[in-house]
Design a protein around this ligand. Structure first.
Ligand code: CTP
Length: 437
């Protein structure tokens, strides 16, 4: 594959020499384009020796080959590391004042991955945040920087992710070697998440097909209050949703977990949004979906809530009849998420879960297909439930149905195994549906 490796002017440029080696050793043809500032950290000779190609950062070198047009046109993947605050700003505003920014503008459909590195203040500055958002909205994959010791005595988010992590994210983005990379993925443990940012360079690289993406996952069961001490609830333990959050995090995503009642702790490294009722979950989900690339509704949402919620504990009394609970229907959050997404023409994958028991009128899959049609989400993960099945258990068997009518896919094993299979399927859907920009 023809790769353009842009190098920004940061101290982390020295680590990019290892990244270049990973690319060339995997058989890729790499042209390095350092910025002027980058060559103050690592000289042109190093990049030329390691890549085996001449290296320039000027549009006025090798003019006869029309480098500033050709490199962008010919590239099958562009990786920029370290992407400094300045480089992110120049790329976001479409400047073309050197060979690298020219190449980025000429890139067309070529996938672009940027691995930022800078001081925490710079990374968290609203200007940088806006630039990152702009780039992501254009389809550029901007990795989250790692956390740790920075150039000086300071530490925090801003470190360049390890070369192995950038390499695997780049390969996944370009769709090359993903299958092998997926095989190399260590089993995801719901209770012990892999913090890609903090992971040291290891022989077995992290696989981050969801790097740069935001995934919102709802988990657990909603509780619908009757009075201050009682509620209508359900048997959901939250284990499957938590395993999904861990798997999405391990796949490099920024993960937001909308946590209704759960019997297990949330994994580390996710943004936790606690909710209690279906109405609270609806509000949190609509809010979170606005900037999410993927929304997974794994929560067991109560379809009904008590019409009246007593302000004080309901007492049994001999002088009045026993209370009757009137229920009103809760909104269908999944259906609403799909409607909002479609109305906004948002590029977003929405995944539902279906808990079915089957009955005399139809089996689990009959009901699931009808539900997929009704909810119009992209994927529906179906499991069979019952008092002794699935709820609170550590294992699960699911069938993944797709709205495009493709063959149902079965996955089973621990809830972590199932979560990894669902996240792999989501990654595959995204790489098919979203043309890299
Ligand atoms: N769901 C939702 N809002 C609701 C009910 C369910 O968003 N009010 C979501 C769940 O999170 C799940 C999917 O819809 O992703 C299917 O949930 P399920 O309870 O199986 O479906 P229902 O719509 O409740 O259908 P029914 O109970 O009639 O089978």
């Amino acid at each position: 594959m023809r790769i353009v490796l842009g190098v920004g002017g940061g101290i982390a440029a020295y680590k990019v020499a290892s990244l270049l080696r990973l690319f060339t050793e995997a058989g890729h043809d790499v042209t390095v384009i350092p910025t002027e500032a980058a060559t103050r950290f690592v000289g042109v000779a190093t990049w030329e020796a390691l890549s085996g190609h001449p290296v320039s950062n000027s549009v006025f070198d090798a003019v006869h080959t029309v480098n500033h047009v050709r490199l962008g046109h010919e590239a099958e993947l562009i990786v920029v590391a370290p992407a400094t605050a300045d480089l992110l700003a120049r790329a976001a505003s479409g400047q073309a004042d050197d060979l690298l920014t020219n190449t980025l503008l000429m890139a067309g459909d070529c996938p672009v991955l940027m691995a930022p590195a800078m001081h925490t203040e710079m990374w968290q500055h609203p200007a940088t945040e806006a630039n990152v958002e702009t780039l992501r909205s254009r389809g550029v994959t901007v990795l989250e920087p790692a956390s740790g010791r920075l150039t000086g005595a300071d530490s925090g988010p801003g470190r360049l992710p390890e070369p192995e992590a950038i390499f695997t994210a780049a390969m996944a983005l370009a769709g090359a070697g993903t299958a092998a990379a997926f095989e190399a993925r260590p089993a995801v443990d719901a209770d012990a998440t892999t913090d890609m940012a903090a992971a040291p360079a290891a022989a077995q690289p992290a696989v981050t097909p969801l790097a740069g993406l935001t995934v919102t996952i709802s988990a657990g069961g909603t509780r619908e209050p009757l009075d201050p001490v009682r509620f209508l609830g359900n048997r959901s333990s939250g284990k499957q949703g938590v395993a999904l959050a861990a798997a999405a995090r391990a796949a490099g995503a920024r993960v937001r977990l909308l946590a209704a009642h759960m019997e297990v702790p949330a994994p580390a490294g996710v943004e936790l949004v606690p909710v209690e009722t279906a109405l609270e979950l609806r509000e949190a989900a609509l809010h979170a979906a606005a900037d999410s690339d993927v929304v997974i509704m794994a929560a067991a949402v109560a379809d009904f809530r008590p019409a009246d919620v007593a302000g004080t504990k309901i007492k049994k009394r001999d002088d009045v009849a026993d209370p009757v609970i009137n229920l009103v229907r809760n909104p269908d959050i999944l259906r609403e998420l799909v409607e909002v997404r479609d109305a906004a023409s948002r590029n977003q994958l929405i995944v539902g879960f279906a808990a079915e028991t089957g009955d005399a009128d139809g089996d689990v899959l009959d009901y699931a297909r009808a539900k997929l049609h009704r909810k119009a989400c992209d994927l529906l993960v179906v499991n069979q439930v019952g008092r002794d099945l699935v709820f609170g258990e550590d294992t699960n068997t699911v069938v993944i149905l797709s709205r495009d009518g493709s063959e149902p896919q079965e996955a089973s094993g621990s809830k972590s195994d199932v979560a990894a299979a669902v996240i792999d399927r989501i990654s595959a859907e995204l790489s098919r549906a979203v043309p890299p920009a």
